[in-house]
Design a protein. Sequence first.
Length: 286
Amino acid sequence: MGYREKGGQQTKFGHWYAERVQDAQYRDAPWCDMFIAWAADRAGLTDYVGSFAWTPSHAAWFIKQGAWSAKPEPGALVFFDWKGGKSYQGIDHVGIVESVSGGKIHTIEANVDRVWLKRKVRETDKVVGYGLPRLVKANATLSEIRSTERPFAPALREREPQGSVFDVLGTPHALLAVMVLTTIVLSLRFAGRRRGTRRRLAWPWSAPSRRDHGLSWTDADPAWPDPDPAWTDPDPAWTDAHPAWSGPDPAGDGRERDTGSRRVPVVIGGPPGDQPPASRRRPYER
C-alpha cells in the first residue's frame, strides 16, 4: 500500500505485465487493472481473478464466466464508469472491494488520485457491476467435476433384423389361410372322384380323338398320333361277335367294317346303323 508510480507513468506492475504478454506498450499504460493481475498472480488466484490490462475486457470475462453481480461483497472486483453509465463497455476503472458499510464500499485501488495505490471509500452511483472470483472458482470446480464424471455407457442396441416378405408365411394368419385352402382343394378333389368328373391332363397322348371332330381313323393319316394306350385293347363288347358289326357291309352303304382290327372307324352323324350301341362306351368316353 502507498506505492507511487515513477516518472513517465512507469510502474513495476506495468513492467511485469509487459513482460508477461511480450508487449512493451504496457510499461507506461494506466495500471489499475495490471496491479490486480499482479496481485492475483502473487496469490495464485489468476484462474479465478483473471489477468487483464483493459477494464471493459475484464468485466466481459466475468460476465462470460457467470460471475457478474449488482451487489457488492468483500473480495469482489468493482468496476466504475465515471460518467455513470451501466454498460460494461463504458468502464473506466477497477478496484477490489475490501468491505461494505452503510451503503458505501471500502476499496483498494491502484492508479488512484493519479499516482497512488491506496484505500478509498466510494459511493455506488458510479458502479457498473461487480465481478465475483468466488463464483468463477465455484463454476470452474463444478465444470471439473462434470468433466471427470463417467457417464453411464449407453446400452448397445441389438440390430433389428431386416424384414422379409417370407416372414409373413410364419404368421398365424398365413398358416390359417394355408390350412383353409388345403382343406378346400382336398374336398373338391375327393368330391370330383366320387362323382367321376375328374379330368385327365391334356397330354399329347390324351389329345381329342378324331371322333370328336366327326372323322374316322385311318392308318394312312400321319398327322394323327397313335391312339391312347387305353384304347389299344378293344372292349370285349366291341368284338366281332356283336351282330351289328359283323359282315362286310351290313348297312349296304358300301363301307367296310374291319372287325378284326383294333380300330373301328365310325362316322359321327351317320345313319343310326353306323353308330355303336349307346350302352357300349369306350374307357373315358363321355
